[in-house]
Design a protein around this ligand. Structure first.
Ligand SMILES: [Zn+2]
Length: 168
């Protein structure tokens, strides 16, 4: 039977808040040392000399760890597209570029409240004009992602098995 490539494991705090992503190897060590419990597995087992451990996709720490205040993630192409779910803020179509609502050439800043996902067509048409000049409106108010789960989802590539745990 072909062995699937190793996946990564979502590690949650004991409060079930997402903490970080660890390698499957590290995840298994945490389980074997009693520091974490497996919540989701893909059904495969990892065999060691004495025991077999289900391959963890999602796990949580047994004891709560206090996490100091998190830095906010900067708006990058990837994090903005993730926040806006790859939807163009102007036409609602699929987006793969990022646009400054108030163009940088007109004093717009590179911050969450001024960047949106945009399709190449809208981005090109808008160029360095303001929305008022075009008669365009934003489909939503752009904001910095809020909450641990939102920040987390915006910064790492997630696995489908994690989605229930990344709800803000
Ligand atoms: Zn568009």
């Amino acid at each position: 039977m072909p062995v699937a490539p190793p996946r990564r494991t979502l590690l949650l705090n004991a409060s079930l808040e997402p903490l970080c992503v660890v390698s499957v190897h590290r995840a298994v060590v945490l389980v074997l040392t009693g520091k974490a419990m497996v919540l989701e597995t893909d059904g495969r087992l990892l065999h060691s000399e004495r025991t077999a451990v289900p391959v963890p996709l999602v796990m949580c720490l047994v004891r709560y760890v206090h996490v100091p205040h998190r830095r906010t993630v900067p708006p990058t192409r990837r994090t903005v597209l993730q926040r806006d779910e790859h939807r163009c803020a102007y036409c609602g179509g699929g987006a793969d570029t990022v646009d400054h609502v108030q163009p940088r050439s007109r004093g717009g800043r590179h911050e969450w409240s001024n960047v949106v996902a945009a399709c190449a067509r809208c981005n090109h048409r808008k160029a360095d004009r303001l929305l008022g000049e075009l008669g365009w409106e934003l489909a939503f108010i752009p904001r910095a992602p809020r909450g641990v789960a939102a920040l987390f989802a915006a910064t790492v590539r997630t696995d489908p098995s994690w989605s229930a745990y990344l709800v803000a």
